[in-house]
Design a protein around this ligand. Structure first.
Ligand code: 26Y
Length: 797
């Protein structure tokens, strides 16, 4: 592919200086980190653009099927290093910066972390973009250009405090504004009949404006587009009002329109935000559908060909309204019969389910829905009618009990519906979609999640990457199954020592960071035991801290015994209104304060909750982990992807048979995984026992003691009753079965301790985790979607 790729660091140095001078308008003498970062970003971006233009041209020429990935969230993190690494420019960039006396790492770390997502689902979308480009599948990501991403988290007296995230306050060098790509969208109003046609006359109009970010794949062989929509007013400024002196009202339209792309909603949003969230969902879905049709129309006259050119993936139900919107346009605006419009829509749409938790399945009050999208509500009724006609013996509908059920709707409209791990897909068939699956048994497929090895091994763990490349060559970066070739090397003299040294170095680097950023000195000799993810009761951070408290109490009984030293690290955000999750954060912080100050125990147990978990912090923590905590209640974690990143970076997992843990254990071998806990069906049965928690507490004095410690106020002497409600919740309700799994978790933790005292054994188990994690590449996942769902082809020869 022709391009601007520099031949030497000299060229790159020149490019850097050009951008510093002509893009930033700065003299090297006076340039700040920011200026250097921007200059570097622009120099890298120029090179990406060459690949991007070539890929886009080829996509148009070949006119094959394009994939459209619609997602409310793209948790892309920092992009500069991605670009540099994927283009193989690291050496050039380093040397060029060196020559100006600038430190490469410092410049890279100056970039804000683009947090346009909450957690797993958003990060998965970002890994998929990377894999789609690496594989060369012509694809577009569509989402919202939130001005404020996921909130920043800090702690005040151990409590989570939220602050607005402002990634767009500085210029963002990766995006291209496309003022020419704008669509006007409507809300509200009436549906009327005119000359036999149904016409929706919205009462409120808003524009969606496109911003494009190129996503370059490994070695620059392909680049796709992430297109994010921003809200704009149709009529931004009212000169009349301004001249009459009402300056605020004059720009009111613009402010209102912009609010649609202002904030990312947290996982568990509250009532107040509901209307705006539904508007956001329609806003970006409808803009994306229009864009897809525009692109199709520019080459084709026959709309019936649409399914041969377009595959749309709805990332959870958040973009589900895209289906009815496409149907509406085909039927109302283009005059196709309802049946034909449905058929075309159905063959374009697919839906990924990411959760079985009832509270996370989207449902809208039909009055709100009908007020904002009156025509869509009618269309949903017709979808229900058509489904009922085909299957009259069932009473399944997308609209019932006064609600619009987005899961059911997505299922009915989609050609394929997928789960994100084998267990989750199985449970989908048995629970939430049981009846729909019986009617459409071919529809549900499984595509187990994956993670991009470029970011989650190659970039975040350069030392391990070098060791791997030295051992088996560098093809693993785009073909992760090659890691299997490490297995014979593990047996060779000296290899495991080098592998262990990498982990030791990574831990030292983390210690250095934690000390500089937070003034806490971690014991680098200890086992690093890490739980990082959103705070949620089903993820059971409280099981972890309860076991830690029980363990601490035993250490205190006998401080001079031979304890295996551990550093327990936590990180994760709780949704703003999720008070129980916030109290668990506070408990961990309060306990850490007591334990870390205790001279009897602090050499063998340290507990730290790092604030503001994000992609960048994950990149620092995962390479330094010895133990990965994946301890959700079986049946509740759809897949998990952090679990894969840890295994790939040589951490051992302590985990339940939940989500993709099941497949990780299968891949790495049961001997190299610390399993505990009830199985998904045991969980369902156990829950039927009315006194499951009390039975567990009565049977395990360690658990009883830990709960008593919570009640005693020992960790919050200034406010002794602070954690009584947590102890009470676990004793009297315990929906997530923390108590019932405690004893087995304790047992598994002692097994972990035991193995850690045998460094050779531990290292071998960890190395086998790396060697056998190749299957968890998101390249494998994307190939699965291309083959089973999209029928799309790579355009890289
Ligand atoms: C309805 C709304 C407020 C909402 C917003 C975000 C509901 C859910 C979500 C996010 C869900 C999510 O991140 N799910 C996670 O998806 C990952 C990728 O498939 C899985 O690995 C993980 O198990 C699942 O919890």
């Amino acid at each position: 592919m022709a391009g601007k790729a520099p031949t030497s660091s000299q060229d790159f140095r020149h490019a850097l200086l050009q951008h510093l001078t002509y893009t930033m308008g700065k003299d090297p003498e006076h340039a700040q980190f920011f200026d250097w970062r921007m200059a570097l970003s622009h120099a890298v971006r120029d090179r990406i653009v060459d690949h991007w233009v070539a890929s886009t041209r080829k996509t148009y020429e070949q006119d094959g099927k394009r994939v459209y990935y619609l997602s409310m969230e793209f948790l892309i993190g920092r992009l500069l290093e991605d670009g540099i690494v994927n283009l193989g420019l690291a050496e050039e960039a380093k040397e060029a910066l060196d020559s100006f006396g600038q430190d490469y790492r410092t410049i890279l770390m100056d970039e804000p972390d683009a947090a346009l997502g909450n957690g797993g689902l958003g990060r998965l979308a970002a890994c998929f973009l990377d894999s789609l480009s690496t594989i060369g599948c012509p694809a577009y990501g569509y989402g919202i250009r939130y001005e404020n991403g996921l909130f920043k988290q800090s702690f005040v007296d151990g409590r989570q405090v939220e602050a607005a995230e402002t990634w767009l306050q500085e210029p963002h060098p990766w995006e291209f504004e496309r003022p020419e790509v704008r669509f006007t969208l409507g809300f509200g109003g009436d549906v009327i009949s005119e000359n036999g046609k149904t016409i929706w006359k919205p009462s409120e109009l808003i524009q969606a404006e496109a911003f494009d970010t190129p996503i370059v794949g490994w070695q620059g062989r392909w680049a796709n587009t992430l297109r994010l929509w921003a809200g704009r007013a149709v009529d931004p400024f009212d000169l009349g009002l301004f001249n009459s002196g009402d300056f605020a009202a004059a720009s009111e339209h613009e402010a209102l329109a912009r609010s649609i792309s202002r904030v990312l909603y947290p996982e568990d949003s509250n009532e107040a935000g509901k209307e705006l969230r539904l508007k956001q969902e329609y806003f970006f879905s409808a803009a994306s559908i229009r864009d897809i049709l525009r692109r199709f129309d520019s080459k084709h006259d026959d709309i019936r060909l649409l399914p041969t050119k377009v595959a749309i993936q709805s990332n959870d139900t958040h973009p589900a309204i895209a289906g009815p919107e496409l149907l509406r346009i085909l039927h109302d605006e283009r005059g196709l019969s309802f049946e034909e419009a449905f058929d075309i829509t159905h063959h374009c749409m697919n839906y990924t389910n990411h959760t079985l938790l009832p509270e996370a399945l989207e449902r809208w009050d039909e009055r709100l829905f009908g007020r904002l999208l009156p025509r869509h509500l009618q269309i949903i009724d017709r979808i229900d009618d058509a489904h009922y006609k085909a299957h009259p013996h069932r009473t399944l509908s997308a609209r019932s009990d006064g609600q619009v059920k987005m899961g059911e709707l997505s299922f009915m409209v989609s050609n394929r519906v997928n789960g994100v791990s084998a267990l989750h897909t199985d449970l989908m068939k048995k629970t939430v979609f049981k009846e729909l699956n019986a009617l459409h048994p071919e529809r549900i497929v499984n595509e187990t999640n994956g993670v991009t090895p470029r970011r989650w091994l190659h970039s975040c763990n350069p030392k391990l990457s070098s060791l791997i490349t030295e051992t088996i060559g560098d093809e693993w970066v785009a073909d992760l199954e090659q890691l299997k070739k490490l297995e014979p090397a593990i047996e060779e003299a000296g290899w495991l020592e080098r592998f262990t040294q990498v982990k030791t170095d990574n831990k030292a680097a983390l210690c250095d960071y934690v000390s500089k950023a937070h003034g806490i000195n971690l014991n680098p000799e200890a086992m690093f035991d890490i739980q990082i993810k959103r705070m949620h009761e089903y993820k059971r951070q409280h099981l972890n801290i309860l076991e830690t408290i029980a363990h601490w109490l035993e250490i205190k009984d006998n401080p001079s015994a031979d304890w295996v030293p551990r550093v327990k690290l936590f990180a994760g955000k709780a949704a703003q209104g999720y008070y129980f999750a916030k109290d668990i954060i506070r408990l961990i912080n309060d306990f850490a304060k007591v334990a870390n100050a205790d001279v009897d125990t602090r050499d063998v147990l340290q507990v730290v909750f790092l604030p503001n978990y994000n992609v960048t912090l994950a990149e620092r923590l995962i390479p330094a982990a010895d133990l990965s905590e994946q301890i959700s209640t079986a049946g509740k974690e759809a897949s998990g992807t952090g679990n894969m990143k840890f295994a790939l970076n040589g951490a051992l997992t302590i985990g339940t048979l939940d989500g993709a843990n099941v497949e990780i254990r299968e891949q790495v071998g049961a001997d190299n995984f610390f399993l505990f806990g009830m199985l998904a069906d045991e969980v369902m049965q156990r829950r039927m026992m009315h006194d499951h928690a009390q039975q567990a507490i009565n049977a395990d004095p360690r658990l009883a003691r830990a709960l008593d410690a919570l009640r005693s106020g020992r960790f919050s002497p200034e406010d002794p009753g602070r954690y009584t409600h947590i102890a009470d919740n676990l004793t009297w309700s315990d929906y997530f079965l923390v108590c019932s799994d405690f004893t087995d978790y304790w047992r598994a933790q002692r097994e972990v301790d035991q193995v850690y005292t045998e460094p050779q054994k531990w290292a071998k188990m960890a190395a086998l985790n790396v060697a056998r994690s190749g299957w968890f590449s998101s390249d494998r996942t994307i190939r699965g979607y291309m083959c089973d769902i999209w029928e799309a082809k790579s355009l890289i020869p």
